[in-house]
Design a protein. Structure first.
Length: 101
């Protein structure tokens, strides 16, 4: 079976709440985060399974106002009931994830 390229985006979320960014089986290559606000925002990212964190990918990363951040993970496999999740302490982050399904 051939793999298909895919992008996932997220432009809104609830502050201080884990939010699914990718919730299907996929292989992730790149994660781009853009802080659209003028204030610093603290970001966390994890791989989870059934509301239990499996692995922290990014912990307490502070993005200054209008900063962009690129995480090149090359081949992060999301399988079965797993999801890539984010949590931020304020609104203003936008996400673009690229990979294949």
């Amino acid at each position: 079976m051939a793999l298909s390229k895919k992008n996932w985006t997220l432009n809104s979320y609830t502050n201080d709440t884990w939010t699914d960014l990718v919730d299907e089986e996929a292989i992730i290559s790149t994660i781009i985060v853009n802080n659209t606000s003028a204030s610093s925002i603290v970001l966390q990212m994890r791989l989870e399974d059934s509301a239990s964190g499996l692995a922290d990918i990014q912990t307490n990363r502070s993005l200054t106002g209008e900063e962009s951040y690129v995480l090149d993970v090359r081949s992060l496999a999301i399988t079965g009931t797993q999801a890539l999740q984010i949590q931020a302490d304020a609104s203003g982050l936008e996400f673009l994830v690229s990979g294949v399904v």
